[in-house]
Each structure stands twice: as structure tokens, then as C-alpha cells.
Design a protein around this ligand. Structure first.
Ligand code: NAD
Length: 282
């Protein structure tokens, strides 16, 4: 079922790149938005000047009671919710065994417990309402895993799995579930990520900066996917090719993926070394 006119939406991580874009695209649909973020001021600014009915709340998605408070607030204001966007997410870079355990705990708290809390809190309400949609923001990293970002890949794979299984539970209640799986696009996620050396962080930033889709494009395509009740929403062509390759040629994907990443890292290291040389030296 397509989103209704004037939808009531809850957005987590609304202060970031994609969260803001969701608010903007939803405003174009004349939505009522409850925007939340662990950083309240950013959520407030995401919905300021949109010319729609909105409210901003602080919410750390890793804490179930704070997500519960979002549900209470949206019910109090608008009597229910048509779209829950579990968008908040963070990045961790580095290699298994070297990544501090605190970074694992942090990313699992936000990227896994966030969507779990969102689904746990809103699923019973949506079932009762017999309408609505849950849009979980996963990633291409949840479908195809590259080295040096295992915690991110793993949490996003969990979000894909959560969405697949929940969809089967909610369909008969007329509630849709989608997993959004974008490839890289330009937001603040690499800058706020933890871990990784300079080369890895630089490479991640370069991938974000070179995206052919903006956060607005990704949000618009995601909402169109929700209208069509698509389970997997893959906005990037490149992502669709990667996923196809993994399913049809898993051995080749397994062989190629680390080699591509290694070659990119080597190139990035060489470029950094050239810049570091004093002028005239070769
Ligand atoms: N940018 C990309 O290339 C990309 C690709 C695929 C998926 N994604 C996913 O898109 C989503 C949005 O990320 P983004 O790219 O806009 O990054 P971003 O860093 O710009 O925004 C993330 C937002 O989440 C908020 N946040 C962090 N921890 C939180 C918590 N505990 N509770 C609530 N909010 C919290 C941050 O304050 C920030 O406003 C994430 O789930 C991310 O994994 C991004």
C-alpha cells in the first residue's frame, strides 16, 4: 500500500545526511514528522523551516525506553504512525582483533539495537493499527561484505535479516517492511566513524564523495520503494550489480572483493606518500 497523503512519520538519526534528506522528501509529501536524533539540535534543525507539522525529540536508539518515548509521543500527537524509519547508524573501521571491543559494543548498540528497538516498539502498534510501514536503513554492506569494516557489515546484515523476517510476520496485518541498501553516498558517516588508519578513513571518505547519488536521491528512491512495498531497495546501479554478482558468481565475488579493496588501499597509500615527499624528490 502506497504511503497515505499527509503521512505520519518517525525518523531516527534525523539530524544526519540521510535523515535530513528523509525529512525534506517527506515534507514534499506534506508529512507530519517526528524527527529524532541523539543530538537534539540537529534533529530540530532538520525539520525547521520545512513548512509542515513537525516535532523534534532527543532519542538514543540503543535505549529501548527512549524509542518507546517516540512511540508514545507520535500516538499522543497524531493518533498513530504510517512510516517508521529506523535510520540512525554509525561506522567502525579496522580489522577484527584490532578493533577495540568498545567500538564493537558502540556499533552494535546503534546499528543493531536501534532497529531492533524500533521494530520491537512499533510492530505491535502497527499490527493493531492494521496499516503502516517500517523502513529499516541497512546498506549494501549488509548484502556484500568487504574487509576492514566487519562490524558495520555484520550489523547491516542483521538489519537485512530483521527486515526479511519481520516482513513475513507483518504482511497479514497490512503492514509493509523494507530494507534500504544503498552503496556509498555523501554524508557525515565516515567523519563520525571510529577506528581505521588514515588510509582507510581517506578511502571511505573518497567513496562517499564520489557517489553518483545524493542523500536526497537516496531518500526519494527509498520512499518510492516504500510506495511499492519493495523488500529490498537498492538505489545504486553499482549496488545492484554487486548483489547480482554475489548471488550468481559467489566464488568470483569472494576472490575479487578483497583484491579490489587492497588495490584501492595501495593506490591511496601511494598517493599519500607522493604528497608527503618534499618538492623535487622522487
Ligand atoms: N552514507 C552512506 O554511504 C551510507 C550507505 C549505506 C547506508 N547508510 C546508512 O544510512 C544511515 C544514515 O547515516 P548517514 O549516512 O546519514 O550518516 P550521518 O553520520 O550523516 O548521520 C547519522 C545520524 O545518526 C545519529 N546517531 C548516531 N548515533 C545515534 C544514536 N545512538 N541514536 C540516535 N541517533 C544517532 C547521528 O547523530 C547522525 O545525525 C545509517 O544507518 C547508515 O549506516 C549510509
Amino acid at each position: 500500500v502506497a504511503l497515505p497523503e499527509n503521512p505520519r512519520a518517525v525518523v531516527t538519526g534525523a539530524g544526519g545526511g540521510l535523515g535530513r534528506a528523509f525529512c525534506l522528501q517527506l515534507a514534499r509529501r506534506n508529512a507530519r514528522i517526528l524527527a529524532s536524533d541523539v543530538d537534539l539540535a540537529t534533529a530540530q534543525s532538520a525539520v525547521a523551516n520545512l513548512g509542515i507539522e513537525s516535532h523534534a525529540m532527543r532519542c538514543d536508539v540503543s535505549k529501548v525506553e527512549e524509542v518507546e518515548a517516540l512511540a508514545t509521543e507520535v500516538e499522543r500527537r497524531w493518533g498513530g504512525v504510517d512510516l517508521v524509519i529506523n535510520n540512525a547508524g554509525v561506522g567502525v573501521m579496522g580489522d577484527v582483533g584490532e578493533i577495540p571491543i568498545e567500538n564493537w559494543q558502540w556499533i552494535i548498540g546503534v546499528n543493531m539495537w536501534g532497529p531492533i528497538n524500533g521494530c520491537h516498539v512499533f510492530a505491535p502498534r502497527l499490527k493493531k493499527q492494521k496499516s503502516g510501514h517500517v523502513l529499516n536503513v541497512a546498506s549494501m554492506a549488509g548484502l556484500v561484505s568487504s574487509p576492514h569494516m566487519t562490524p558495520y557489515n555484520m550489523t547491516k546484515a542483521a538489519v537485512v535479516s530483521l527486515s526479511e523476517s519481520l516482513r513475513g510476520e507483518l504482511a497479514r496485518h497490512h503492514v509493509g517492511v523494507s530494507a534500504l541498501c544503498p552503496y556509498f553516498f555523501g554524508t557525515n558517516i565516515a567523519r563520525s566513524a571510529r577506528g581505521g588508519d588514515e588510509t582507510l578513513r581517506g578511502l571511505a571518505q573518497k567513496m562517499l564523495d564520489s557517489s553518483d547519488l545524493s542523500p536526497d536521491d537516496v531518500a526519494r528512491i527509498a520512499l518510492e520503494g516504500v510506495d511499492r512495498n519493495q523488500l529490498y531497495i537498492l538505489p545504486h546501479n553499482r549496488g545492484r550489480w554487486m548483489w547480482l554478482a554475489k548471488r550468481w558468481l559467489p566464488g568470483l565475488t569472494d576472490w575479487l572483493t578483497p583484491r579490489i579493496v587492497d588495490a584501492q588501499m595501495k593506490k591511496a597509500r601511494e598517493a599519500a606518500a607522493t604528497v608527503a615527499l618534499p618538492s623535487g624528490e622522487k
